[in-house]
Design a protein around this ligand. Sequence first.
Ligand SMILES: NC(=O)c1ccc[n+]([C@@H]2O[C@H](COP(=O)([O-])OP(=O)(O)OC[C@H]3O[C@@H](n4cnc5c(N)ncnc54)[C@H](O)[C@@H]3O)[C@@H](O)[C@H]2O)c1
Length: 428
Amino acid sequence: MSQELSRRNFVRNSAVAAAAMAGPAVLPALGQNEKINMGWIGTGGRGYYLLQRAYDGNASAVNVTAVCDTFSTNMNRGKDLVATRQGRAPKAVADYKEILNDKSIDAVVIATPEHLHHRMLLDALAAGKHVYVEKPLSHTIEEAQEILKVSKTSKSIVQVGTQNRSNSLYQMAKTMIEQGIIGNCHYTRAFWYRNALPTGAAAWRYSIPEDLSAQTADWQRFLGPASKREFNRARYSQWRLYWDYSSGIATDLMVHQTDVTAFVMGKGTPSSIIASGGVYRWTENDDRDVPDTWSVLLDYEAEKFHVNYSCYLGNAKFGYGEQFCGNEGTIEVINRSTLNYYPEVFAPGMNENVKERKELTITIPRNDNLAVEAHIRNFLNAIKGKEQAIAPVRAGFDAVVAGLLSVVSYREGKKILWDAKTDTYKRA
Ligand SMILES: NC(=O)c1ccc[n+]([C@@H]2O[C@H](COP(=O)([O-])OP(=O)(O)OC[C@H]3O[C@@H](n4cnc5c(N)ncnc54)[C@H](O)[C@@H]3O)[C@@H](O)[C@H]2O)c1
């Protein structure tokens, strides 16, 4: 590398990289200054937060005309937020098809539990809507394959909610690595560690709203394609813990990390995956299905690249992060808000060029909020034909397939191989 990188260079180069990612006009259906009419499907924890981010970061571009939720309390919360921020109450419905049938709505946000994404996304595309769909893209590999196929003939913009791609620190890490500051990189370590008191929200045991009942929530619509069963308050609000609706760590947390590693390192779907883990921490009075302890090895053999992933929901010491380990240095992004760069330390006399490089730390407070706002902005700009979506279906597909292959590996106790030519898998 001819020139050592200064912080100012990193920032400028990240802006250049972001601009370079903005492609030609895609679907110039709307005027450049027009607000986009939007429907919000799911106004629970994430849907409500996305509404806040839409107003805080993108108020001039958004006009929410309808909200949808099957739990009346959450529906009313979403409706009230829109009324407060826009000065006019939106239509509020329990059936998302009413939103899709509304021709005045250009785009929808889907922020419902994982097992509902596939059907809602396909229905939204069939109705000609642009879609911001929360991660993970789907609940099964077969669903992801179908979404990928349909999206190839759709003119709609799809943005998957893996907002780390819109995070300035990951964009900076990508630029730095492309410029060669860590040398060759064949290895990334990614991890997410969390802890909680058994009396608190013990690893997704979120407190259940007192008024959640079969009268206030539409259980059949919540179940969607999942197995039929009696109304269950825990399953409705703690759905992440059950295979029927989620794959737990693999699709809730790991998808973010395999996604952003692929983004930073320019990779696609891994060629092989092997996973291990279990329910080891949260066993007392707990009927959860999904592991709380999770390790996965992902190989990209043709590209000589490896990801070592680990997650444990019983200790928070090391937090959340990805460490890009090159033969001349390391870049890590921690808790989405701090980037550290460390030149590799060599013995005296070795590699003078690397020795010249200085450590670097950049911290940006509330950076995940900023990333989500930028991610929504990118979606809106893509609809207006000003940019390309930074997390299109293919990115969501690669991320969710990595997560779901790890589940197949764990449940079957086998290494799983992915064929990138056919986008299919087989057991090793
Ligand atoms: N990108 C991120 O960092 C991030 C963070 C948190 C959650 N998420 C994702 O957002 C999604 C939602 O997660 P959450 O934490 O908000 O869950 P949540 O349980 O808090 O909210 C889900 C909402 O969907 C509603 N719902 C259920 N079935 C419905 C249906 N058929 N039609 C309409 N509404 C229905 C529920 O009543 C609830 O209000 C998940 O896919 C999750 O992975 C992403």
